[in-house]
Design a protein around this ligand. Structure first.
Ligand SMILES: [Zn+2]
Ligand SMILES: [Zn+2]
Length: 139
């Protein structure tokens, strides 16, 4: 199965019609290898992409459980929630304030199992902000 077919199948299983726009959006999110922002997606999908269409499609894909917004209280970063490369949430995310990219830092993990009894966790998010390696070394 080629990549396009896989996205097609994912959408079909979620009862969403496999539009070219959705397939391209999924491909970019999947290929990014880290949570990707709306602005980065706009860039990758091309300058004639309609912002409202993108926002609406991202919401639809989130609602269907195919992708996930890992920064719902901030500006929003999207990752695959579905399939083999599904993103897990319990590591640190690093948001670069210069290039606005979000990085997964898998080396730093929060241990949710140590939460005292009686506390019910509904969402869990570790976030660091600063400048990434590429931006720090820029003169
Ligand atoms: Zn950066
Ligand atoms: Zn991550």
């Amino acid at each position: 199965m080629d990549a396009k077919t896989i996205y097609h199948e994912i959408l079909k299983e979620s009862n969403l019609s496999a539009t070219r726009f959705r397939i391209n959006t999924l491909k970019e999110i999947d290929m990014a290898g880290r949570p990707i922002s709306r602005n980065e997606l706009m860039e990758k999908l091309g300058s004639n992409t309609d912002r409202v269409t993108l926002y609406r499609n991202l919401q639809g894909l989130c609602d269907a459980g195919i992708i996930e917004n890992v920064d719902p209280e901030g500006s929003g970063y999207f990752v695959m929630k579905y399939g083999k490369k599904a993103h897990t949430q319990h590591h640190l995310h690093f948001e670069c304030t210069a290039c606005k990219k979000l990085y997964c830092i898998h080396e730093i993990v929060g241990d949710i199992s140590k939460i005292p009894t009686g506390f019910n966790v509904k969402s869990f998010y570790l976030l660091a902000k600063g400048t990434c390696e590429a931006c720090s070394t820029k003169t």
